[in-house]
Design a protein around this ligand. Structure first.
Ligand code: CU
Length: 652
């Protein structure tokens, strides 16, 4: 069992998860048809946590739960007080309006059984040349349904879709053998296929095997020598009270939710003995993956891997080791399944330090003074697998005050068989298959707290000046800045041509040069959604229409795509900002959309090399001079081998 909670932000322990579910089961008479698509800590308010930290005021432990009755489809939200063992709130959702609860692992398994037993589906598969024996090996991917109008046949139902891939044996890479033009729509509560989409084209199933398991890959390359990373004196970070991390002046608490996975709480920097707050809570709240293809297998696809599937729920348990070579610290996550049976997600979060090349350097050629300092970063990360794709989420903290989030996109692309004579809506990866063009959008939520609770967001751009009597040589350009006053002003897109950037500042404080301390959001990967804003997908992934959104903190606005994107018409940021609330000098949340437009190519297959996307937050007028000037000089002699030392410049 996990150790008892010591801080109000500590994850619910296994004992607390069990207690929460039994309170609900007993007091609400929950039976064999009830499930728990979500059960997690109900995070206390910032004020309640401050009272706990400053004066030890008790902060009640609460659980937030979503409960689904599989026999009726009725869905409830509940908050349970674990100390008084009472239900503080219990509300039924209007699932046609609010959306459906996230999909459950049980339903992924159910979907496969339901589709495989459907006689019409079996007939359609046989028309594609497969036998009863083949059907046992067919892979069926569980897909969210989307939102396709208020058609009576879909109303009030909890729906999923199944897409099929042929495998000769179970360990084959099914994505090399898609069954084209065949999608089963399943009522997952009623447990039946309610509609079978068969476009009747019966394109032959691609046959070439493209497996990636070690035995299939054959002889690996032979010319790699060992590379060891050692920390003979141990790591430089400490972990206190289960979840609190300190490293190189940084302090934060580790959190984790089924939807978001890793959450960074209360991130601050100890600047000359005083911990200065920067971000109160940071996470990736969802990701949307819209597809640009009009064939039956793809036109409806826009997975919300956070809100529909759960980035945290599908986290990998890294028992075999994280992808890092040196000293590691893992965090285990107390979890529970759809029935509220608890388990520990072993080693779900991995933390380590990494060398990151040069932090700063100068060689003064006149005097021979040569100074260089190496950079080190703290890495805290997790990986999850959402059906075909694998996503790594890596938060980095640097010694110069930089914060970075990097998402690693890998795994296997969605595939389609090429119809002879047809131009596919995507890139060919083999002569038989193509990957439909699609986009990946991540919605990061940054509840900012730069030097205090009241912040503002500014935008700065560099603009050319006319060549006239004020700019005789034509070399001058100007920088213009504005402070966003309300939400609609702050719905912004990146613009590389003007170097547009956004800064989160504390307008109530000035630094030693008369500026407000701030952090600059460095937006680095900036596609926007190309589905029409009025389309089903464009509405539902509306957070991807802008790179920046700023909202005043509101308890219920937790996820960029809204609370329940599953079968939702469209919710979240584009809806909330219509309130056009003031956002100047207030408790605010900065939302950053970043992503990747993926035009597939042969190098993406059979498993694509990692595509990196993300953003940085860099101190801007926050520190007095470069905070990394105090890094120790000198090189690590243990890592310099004979014959390699000459690559380092003469060091005095
Ligand atoms: Cu992709």
């Amino acid at each position: 069992m996990s150790t008892p909670a010591k801080h109000p932000l500590d994850l619910l322990t296994e004992a607390e998860l069990t207690l929460a579910s039994s309170i609900l089961k007993i007091q609400k008479n929950l039976g064999k048809y009830h499930r728990f698509p979500l059960l997690q800590l109900n995070e206390p308010s910032k004020q309640a946590i401050a009272a706990f930290e400053q004066s030890g005021t008790a902060c009640p432990r609460e659980a937030f739960a979503v409960i689904l009755d599989k026999s009726t489809g009725d869905t409830f939200e509940a908050i349970v007080n674990l100390e008084t063992q009472s239900i503080c709130s219990w509300e039924q959702l209007d699932t046609d309006k609010n959306g459906q609860a996230p999909l459950m692992i049980e339903e992924f398994d159910d979907l496969v059984k339901i589709v495989q037993e459907d006689s019409y589906w079996i007939a359609a598969v046989k028309k594609r040349g497969l036998t009863d024996e083949d059907i046992q090996n067919i892979q069926i991917d569980p897909w969210s349904f989307g939102h396709w109008g208020d058609d009576e046949k879909y109303k009030g139902r909890r729906l999923m879709r199944g897409v099929a891939f042929y495998r000769k044996k179970l360990t084959d890479n099914g994505y090399a053998h898609p069954l084209e033009g065949l999608v089963a729509i399943v009522d997952i509560n009623e447990r039946k296929v309610i509609e079978l989409i068969d476009d009747g084209t019966h394109i032959p199933i691609p046959q070439a095997e493209l497996n990636y398991d070690t035995p299939s890959l054959g002889q690996p390359r032979q010319d790699l020598k060992p590379l060891h990373i050692v920390q003979p004196e141990g790591v430089s970070f400490t972990v206190d009270d289960n979840w609190k991390v300190s490293w190189q002046n940084w302090e934060f608490r580790v959190g984790f939710t089924p939807r978001e996975g890793l959450v960074i709480h209360q991130l601050g920097y100890n600047d000359k003995g005083k911990v200065r707050p920067i971000i109160y809570r940071a996470s990736v709240t969802d990701m949307g993956v819209p597809y640009s293809d009009d064939v039956a297998n793809h036109y409806w696809k826009c997975a919300f891997d956070g809100g529909e599937y759960g980035l945290g729920r599908l986290a990998n348990q890294l028992e075999l080791g994280c992808d890092w070579l040196g000293a590691l610290r893992y965090f285990d996550i107390p979890s529970c399944d759809d029935f509220c049976k608890t388990f520990v997600m072993k080693n779900a979060i991995c933390m380590h330090e990494e060398d990151y090349g040069t932090m700063w350097k100068h060689y003064e050629f006149r005097t021979g003074v040569f100074e260089v300092r190496r950079s080190r970063r703290l890495v805290i990360s997790f990986f999850c697998t959402v059906a075909n794709y694998d996503y790594g989420f890596y938060w980095y903290l640097y010694q110069d005050g930089t914060i970075q989030l990097e998402a690693k996109l890998t795994g296997i692309i969605q595939t389609s068989a090429i119809t002879p004579g047809q131009t596919p809506n995507g890139g060919k990866v083999t002569p038989e298959i193509y990957g439909p063009t699609h986009q990946h959008f991540f919605s990061a939520r940054l509840h900012m707290q730069v030097d205090g609770d009241h912040n503002s967001v500014t935008e700065t751009e560099a603009l050319p000046l006319p060549m006239d009597e004020h700019n005789v040589r034509g070399n001058l350009f100007k920088t213009v800045s504005q402070t966003f006053k309300n939400e609609l002003e702050a719905c912004r897109e990146a613009n590389g041509a003007t170097g547009r950037f956004w800064k989160i500042i504390n307008p109530n404080v000035k630094n030693h040069v008369g500026n407000h301390p701030g952090y600059k959001l460095v937006a680095e990967h900036n596609p926007i959604i190309l589905a029409h804003p009025n389309s089903s997908i464009g509405r539902r992934a509306g957070f991807a229409q802008k790179h920046l959104w700023v909202t005043p903190y509101a308890e219920k606005e937790r996820y960029g795509s809204g609370e329940y994107p599953n079968q939702n018409y469209g919710d979240g940021l584009p809806v909330w900002v219509q309130q056009n609330r003031p956002i100047e000098n207030t408790d605010l949340v900065v939302w950053h959309t970043f992503g990747h437009t993926h035009i597939c190519k042969p190098e993406d297959f059979p498993v694509m090399p990692v595509q990196y996307v993300g953003f940085k937050l860099q101190p801007n007028n926050f520190f007095e001079l470069n905070p990394a000037m105090d890094l120790p000089a000198g090189k690590d002699h243990a890592s310099v081998q004979d014959g390699a030392s000459h690559c380092c410049h003469k060091n005095t």
